[in-house]
Every structure is written in C-alpha cells, then in structure tokens.
Design a protein around this ligand. Structure first.
Ligand code: ADP
Ligand code: MG
Length: 353
C-alpha cells in the first residue's frame, strides 16, 4: 500500500490527514465514525521515495523472476488521483518539457534498468519485445499500432488461455527504447518519424485515467558464455542452454472515483459505466479467488475484458504484485477504505507459478 502526500490543493483547503502508517506493514485509518487498522506486506507512507517503493515492494524480485521465465504482473489500483501513474511511471507532466529527475522515476523505468543490470550480471543474451494495450469502453486497443488505436478481438484457446488476436509486438534493441516509447522521459534522441511513439504517447495522455493500460515486456533470455557460478554437476554448452521466456506486465487501472463523479451524461456515462463494470468484475473475481481452494466456485473471468486479460495474473500461473494507492485526505475517506478492503481481499489470493 502506498499513501501519497497531501496535494497543495488539499492542504490549502484544510483537508485532514486520516491515514497513518504504524510501521511493520500496518496502516491506521481514523476519522469520526471510522477507525480501522489494516495489515499488508508493506506500507509506504507519504515520505517514501520511489526507490524505497521499488526496493521494498518486491519489484526487484519480480524482475528477477521474469528473467527466470515466470509471468509477472504488477498492478496499480486506487481512486483517480491516488498516485497510480506516479508510482508506475513517476511524475509525467514535467517530462514533456524536461526529463523527470532520476530520483522520481517509477517502478517501470526502475524495472527496465534492473532487467538490464540483471541480464548483464547473469551474462545472458536478452531478447526483448513489448506490447501495449488499453481497454477503453470494453474494447481492447493496440497502442503500438500506427495511426489511431485499432480495436482487436480477445480470444481464448486451450493452449494459450485468453489472448489478444493480431496484437502487435515490437522488438526492442534496448530497454531504453521501450522506456522512451512510453515515457518520452528517458531517451533524449528519439528515432525520427516514429508515428507509433506519438500515437501511444497521445493515447496515454488522453485516456490514461479513463482506460486500463497494460504494458507487457516479453523477456527471452539465453545464457551465453560463462555464468558467475556454473551448475556444479554439468556445464551446458551455450548452444544447449534452454532459453527462458518470461513476461513482465505493468497494469495501470482506470481510477474508481470518477465513476460516481461523471456517471451522469452521454459519452462520459458510458465510459464510467464501463470502468465501473470492469472494476466490479475484477473485485468479484478477487473476492472469489480469495476463498480457500476447496470452497471456490467458478471464477467469472469472462465478465469483462479486463478480467479475461488478467486471468493468469490473478488466479493462474503468474506472480503478481498489487500496489494499492491511497490519498491520506479526509475527503477521500470512503474511497480509501474501499481500496484498503479491496487490497485486503486481494492479499488472500494465491497463484501457482
Ligand atoms: P492516478 O494515476 O492514480 O490518477 P497520479 O499518479 O496522476 O494519480 O497522481 C495524482 C497527483 O499526485 C499527481 O500530480 C502526482 O504527481 C501526485 N503524486 C502522486 N503520488 C505522489 C507521491 N508519492 N509523491 C508526490 N506526488 C505524488
Ligand atoms: Mg493515472
């Protein structure tokens, strides 16, 4: 759980701080009629740096597991404005004109750097490709395809589970290239004429909080040359080394709060209802998955595109880190409590990697 600092606006209008970290992974919410303590694997309060979140959340281990061939996912969820995008990518607004300070880079950029560092340490060849999707109004759109985002069908097969048909996967020669495509923050010299980049950046900025965005980095690694500590019994020839294919998926969920705020008219209400529907479906799947295995009923992944795409991360063979983002403000109390309850349920879910 990450608590963001009070914003200037909140401070100016005199919002009270109702959330306090008590240390040891416990967090306390206190307000007139609510007084509750929750326990999590880790709690980061307003003073926690981006680095502290990367190191303390298990994100580094997740990167290492992706290199070992596991399917890893990190989710950020919480109400709009609670710090999801900040946690995943850092402060985006500044990066358009000037790159964000390295200290403020989020989990994504730190993971990319860590992937690179780890693969160097392991002396392995790294093949990287990325796909980038958003779910907007219950439609899956490819953010890497040139031109306006196109809608893709979501299918199911016995071997692959749920998958997106014709999804574009772009090979990258460096992790920096992925980072710059997504963030325009790391790379000062973007390749000329990259229509894709503009498209995805545009889509990212316009819809970031109205759509769920899923970035998947496919990591193929093959041991090349000598390892730091070769297996004691037999040393494989490089050509005989099996390659490992893991994934690292970053999910920036649409916020939950605007659903109420905008649930009034026309297009916005359609958007809001769709966000609402998919977040409800996600919450429902999480509640059911949190039950002991023996008592579980059917998990309704098919209720929304979001839950279909996340089926493996939620209850299958993936390894998943969920970061619940909350505001400390008294005005956000009910959303904060609902995020914390949601997170407590999510914590009980186990997968079988
Ligand atoms: P969300 O993606 O959940 O809608 P944002 O990440 O855009 O929320 O955060 C909302 C605002 O709060 C942004 O201006 C962001 O820079 C700021 N913010 C969020 N988390 C932090 C933090 N940990 N430290 C400083 N500012 C933060
Ligand atoms: Mg956001």
């Amino acid at each position: 759980v990450r608590v963001r600092p009070l914003t200037c606006t909140e401070t100016r209008r005199g919002d009270r701080q109702v959330v306090r970290s008590l240390g040891d992974g416990t967090i306390h919410v206190s307000a007139a009629r609510h007084d509750a303590t929750f326990g999590f694997s880790a709690v980061f309060d307003a003073g926690a740096s981006q680095e502290a979140v990367f190191e303390g959340s298990g994100m580094r281990q997740l990167v290492e597991l992706a290199l070992d061939g596991f399917s890893c996912t990190v989710f950020a969820f919480g109400q709009t404005g609670s710090g999801k995008t900040y946690t995943l990518m850092g402060p985006l607004a500044q990066s358009k004109t000037q790159p964000a300070s390295p200290a403020l880079l989020g989990l994504m950029q730190r993971s990319f750097a860590c992937l690179l560092e780890q693969s160097r340490n392991r002396g392995s060849d790294l093949g990287l490709s990325a796909s980038y999707l958003e779910i907007y109004n219950e439609q899956v759109r490819d953010l890497l395809s040139p031109g306006p985002p196109c809608t893709l069908p979501l299918r199911w097969s016995k071997t692959r589970g749920f998958y997106v048909e014709n999804q574009l996967s772009v090979d990258f020669e460096s992790l920096e290239a992925i980072a710059s495509l997504l963030l325009q923050a790391l790379n000062p010299t973007p390749p000329a004429g990259s229509q894709r980049r503009r498209t995805s950046a545009h889509a990212l900025n316009t819809h970031s909080s109205r759509s769920h965005a899923l970035l998947t980095v496919h990591v193929r690694s093959r041991a090349a040359g000598a390892r730091a500590s070769p297996p004691p019994t037999r040393v494989l020839q490089p050509s005989a080394c099996p390659s490992k294919q893991g994934t690292l998926c970053f999910v920036d969920l649409a916020g939950s709060e605007r659903v109420k705020e905008t649930g009034s008219s026309g297009e916005l209400s359609v958007e809001a209802n769709n966000i609402n529907r998919s977040l409800l479906a996600l919450g429902h799947c999480i509640s059911l998955l949190a039950k002991p295995r023996g008592k579980r009923t059917h998990i309704p992944y098919r209720d929304s595109k979001l839950t279909r795409l996340l089926a493996r991360s939620l209850g299958g063979s993936g390894i998943t880190l969920m970061v619940a983002c909350i505001s400390p403000s008294s005005r956000c109390l009910s959303e904060t409590l609902s995020t914390l309850h949601y997170a407590s349920r999510a914590r009980r879910v186990t997968t079988r990697p």
